[in-house]
Ligand binder design. Structure first.
Ligand SMILES: C=C(O[C@@H]1C=C(C(=O)O)C=C[C@H]1O)C(=O)O
Length: 355
């Protein structure tokens, strides 16, 4: 095929795609109007994570030479624009711009909507609780460094629900203003500093290490200071116009962070769900063992268990568990009922489709 005629064919296909996207947007608007009529109890939310996952699955099932990832990216943006047409979604995230949480938020919601950077996971959840935003995105756990304690504590304190889980591969970079300058100080979030500890000790053993509230905040510091470097993502280099001196400096190749989308809606079962619960047990011999027996008896698969101090009484702990299944599944619902009888305190943090 000649170049000219191939390009003409592309022009024709593009017009057809734009026409179909417009048709899709009209249908989304119609869905939006139905939702506003309060279709059925609990079905009025604009953002429906389970439906969006279903749409993506449907699209990916049609084979494309572009590959799954590219198709997913394109479609995430189409869904994002359609959702925004129904009603613009307000999303708070651990900022500033270009944090890994910001990237996770875009991976989940696409780039349409209002993204509002705030200074801590605590503030993200408070924004959602107050209704100033519809959803919040917070980091919850890194595959090498473990949990983000402030997120876990806030999930216990508020009555908000986990609506979706996002997993992001984390690649840390060493960002500087001037590639020739010596480095006296290294800024980053404590998790990022820990992920690159060995690399830093090998390469900059003398530099002072300064923890700050996020990787992007570290990048902002470097813009203003001389002899400083930040450990942050590539996105921070782009936004704050810094030079990437080294890339992929995390000590472990396998470096993933899980994030939660937090809101006030309950997510429907998809068949591939997880449920997060918190509970405290009575202070007596075999109490935890008894609780674990409840999971076992109901055939519930425990994906994770972790404890945190209750902060109410010394040496008293609250347990966080992730279960495989949805709160509406019979065995999970039964488990929750039994836990209520045996625990001092128990609460569901939400069911969501596995990332
Ligand atoms: C159109 C809808 O609203 C939103 C947009 C969706 C889409 O564009 O496919 C899917 C789910 C919702 O988050 C819907 O609920 O079906």
């Amino acid at each position: 095929m000649q170049l000219r005629s191939a390009r003409r064919s592309i022009d024709k296909v593009d017009k057809e795609i734009a026409r179909l996207i417009n048709r899709r947007a009209e249908l989304a608007l119609e869905v939006g109007r139905t939702k506003r009529k309060g279709y059925k109890e609990g079905e009025g939310a604009v953002y429906v994570p389970s439906r969006e996952k279903e749409v993506l699955k449907n699209v990916i099932s049609s084979k494309s030479i572009l590959g799954e990832e590219a198709l997913k990216n394109i479609y995430t943006e189409i869904i994002s624009a359609c959702r925004n047409l129904e009603s613009p979604t307000k999303i708070a995230f651990l900022g500033p711009w270009a944090t890994f949480t910001h990237q996770a938020a875009i991976k989940n919601f696409g780039s349409s909507g209002y993204f509002i950077p705030v200074a801590s996971p605590r503030e993200v959840l408070l924004e959602v609780e107050s209704g100033r935003v519809d959803f919040g995105v917070v980091p919850v756990e890194n595959s090498n460094e473990g949990s983000v304690n402030m997120t876990l504590d806030m999930l216990v304190e508020t009555d908000l629900k986990i609506c979706a889980e996002i997993s992001l591969k984390i690649e840390q970079c060493f960002l500087v203003k001037d590639s020739k300058s010596k480095i006296l100080r290294i800024y980053s979030h404590e998790h990022a500093l820990a992920q690159c500890r060995n690399w830093r000790l090998r390469n900059y053993p003398e530099a002072e290490v300064i923890p700050v509230s996020s990787t992007a905040e570290a990048a902002k510091k470097v813009v203003k200071e001389d002899f400083a470097a930040a450990i942050a993502g590539e996105a921070s280099a782009k936004i704050y116009d810094l030079y990437i001196l080294h890339k992929g400096i995390q000590d472990s190749r396998e470096n993933f962070t899980r994030f939660f989308v937090i809101g006030k809606i309950l997510t429907k079962a998809s068949g591939k769900d997880k449920t997060s619960l918190v509970f405290t047990v009575k202070d007596k011999v075999g109490a935890l063992c008894n609780i674990l027996g409840i999971f076992n008896k109901n055939d519930v698969n425990l994906a994770k268990i972790e404890s945190r101090p209750t902060k109410k009484k010394a040496w008293e702990y609250i347990f966080f568990v992730d279960l495989k299944g949805h709160i509406e599944d019979e065995n999970i619902a039964k488990t929750l009922e039994s836990l209520k009888r045996s625990c001092v305190f128990v609460k569901s943090l939400g069911s969501y489709q596995k990332a």
